[in-house]
Design a protein around this ligand. Structure first.
Ligand code: ASP
Length: 440
């Protein structure tokens, strides 16, 4: 069986939902994972932050507007009276829950429950639509099987067992629809797989059912070789290995949630990225195939903070790096890039929530310099570190100020840290020369 995930824009309008219906009704049984309609999760985040900021009237306004716009969609999508009123009743319960939430004290649990409503709405609505169109479909409630543990990792053993149970008790159908993103945590509270996490839901399900393939349907025709928002002449990459895709997703290629390929990599279950608006386009196939060498793609990740930790006296001593890493562990902050010299260590983080506390801890053992507004530019390709064209890099970037460079951490990645102001120029230069649109 295949698992197909459709993102926010794919279910963002009635027309797009009709496209999704055409794509999934090819006569084969499948599991369909849906995101919330585009914009909905952002709106829910704003409702939660109004509750946090004690501006409930603003939240109530937003909820009423959301209610109205959902009813417009429901009227357009569900022309059959009984489906129409059933979905309106369900949606009204959700909007009532949100209105009640505006009277409550903010808590992370409340926020997570609020954020879960988008996927609950989209799946309920879409399932009713398929039934109205005479298609055999059933809902598999994600909260009945999707679970993360205390380390916020998917609990694959429990998911597998529970998913089997849910499937057994669900009426036999051609299409099984479930919510992306949402899950329970180790205390059985509603939680989620982080923003964009519906991709992750799809590959987790793919792994537990040992799917034939996982397809991620978005509004772009695959993973591009550079960021199309900043660079012209990019093109979709037809094949990527799991490692290449993981590096790209982590370092900024927005099309995939960073953890997406992890659950399926070990079993070699292919992941295909496809475009709902252009289903005939090839898209990108992510698989175990590592036969192509050389630079395949460039991605950039913004909002990076670089921290330089300088201590000539301590660096040569055993255990200095251990002390440094312990500080980051204490504040649950992961490190992206790291470079060392005899007298200093530079590293980067993208989550600067605890920066002040991290810096004051580090100041006990070394002198610290912090640079904000940095960007990681990441070059990815199988065996990129030994490919001929890689050595042009320094020539190409001779006018760009590089703050850090990471080479050899893996064979498939070279990362550069630059000032964010230089990002667009750097991406364009690399694009022109590395992909040989212009020769040096
Ligand atoms: N709806 C969630 C978000 O907007 C999850 C997803 O779309 O993947 O982040």
């Amino acid at each position: 069986m295949k698992v197909l995930k459709f993102g926010g824009t794919s279910v963002g309008t009635v027309k797009n939902m009709q496209h999704v219906k055409d794509i999934i009704t090819d006569g084969t049984k499948k599991i369909v994972v849906l995101s919330a309609m585009s914009g909905t999760t952002n709106t829910l985040v704003s409702i939660a932050s109004d509750i946090f900021n004690k501006t409930p009237n603003q939240a109530v306004d937003t909820i009423n507007k959301m209610h109205e716009s959902y009813f417009v969609v429901i009227d357009e999508l569900l022309v059959d009276d009984s489906f129409n009123s059933d979905v309106k009743n369900y949606a009204t319960e959700i909007f009532n829950f949100l209105l009640e939430a505006t009277y409550l004290e903010y808590s992370k649990n409340l926020e997570n429950k609020i954020l879960a409503q988008g996927e609950l709405l989209s799946t309920y609505m879409f399932n009713a639509y398929l039934k109205q169109e005479g298609i055999s479909s059933s809902l598999l409630p994600a909260l009945d099987f999707m679970r993360i543990n205390s380390a916020k990792e998917p609990d694959l053993v429990s998911i597998k067992e529970k998913f089997g149970g849910v499937l057994e008790t669900t009426p036999e159908s051609d299409i099984y629809i479930t919510q992306g993103f949402i899950c329970l945590d180790e205390n059985d509270d509603v939680s989620n797989l982080q923003r964009g996490g519906s991709d992750y839901t799809a590959t987790i399900i793919g792994a537990v059912i040992h799917a034939e393939e996982v397809q991620i349907w978005t509004d772009i025709d695959g993973m591009h070789n550079n960021d199309p928002r900043f660079v012209e002449n990019t093109h979709p990459i037809s094949n990527l290995s799991f490692d290449e895709a993981a590096e790209l997703a982590y370092f900024g290629a927005k099309i995939l949630h960073p953890q997406t390929v992890l659950p399926v990599r070990e079993d070699g279950i292919p992941v295909r990225l496809k475009n709902t608006m252009d289903p005939a386009a090839d898209g990108t196939l992510i698989s175990s195939d590592t036969s192509e060498n050389g630079i395949k793609a460039i991605a950039a990740k913004d909002n990076i903070t670089a921290i330089k930790i300088k201590s000539g006296r301590m660096l040569q001593a055993y255990g200095f790096l251990k002390k440094v890493f312990e500080v980051f562990e204490t504040y649950e902050t992961s490190i992206d890039m790291i470079t060392t010299s005899e007298v200093a260590v530079s590293l980067t983080i993208d989550d600067d929530k605890n920066l002040d506390r991290i810096v004051s801890e580090l100041e006990k053992i070394a002198s610290i310099e912090v640079d904000k507004n940095q960007t990681i530019v990441c070059l990815v390709g199988h065996s990129i570190v030994s490919h001929d064209s890689t050595f042009k890099l320094f020539q190409i970037l001779q006018d760009v100020k590089i703050r850090m460079i990471s080479y050899g951490g893996s064979r498939n990645n070279i990362s550069l840290l630059i000032n964010s102001n230089d990002k667009i120029t750097t991406l364009n230069k690399l694009n022109d020369y590395l992909f040989e649109l212009v020769t040096l």
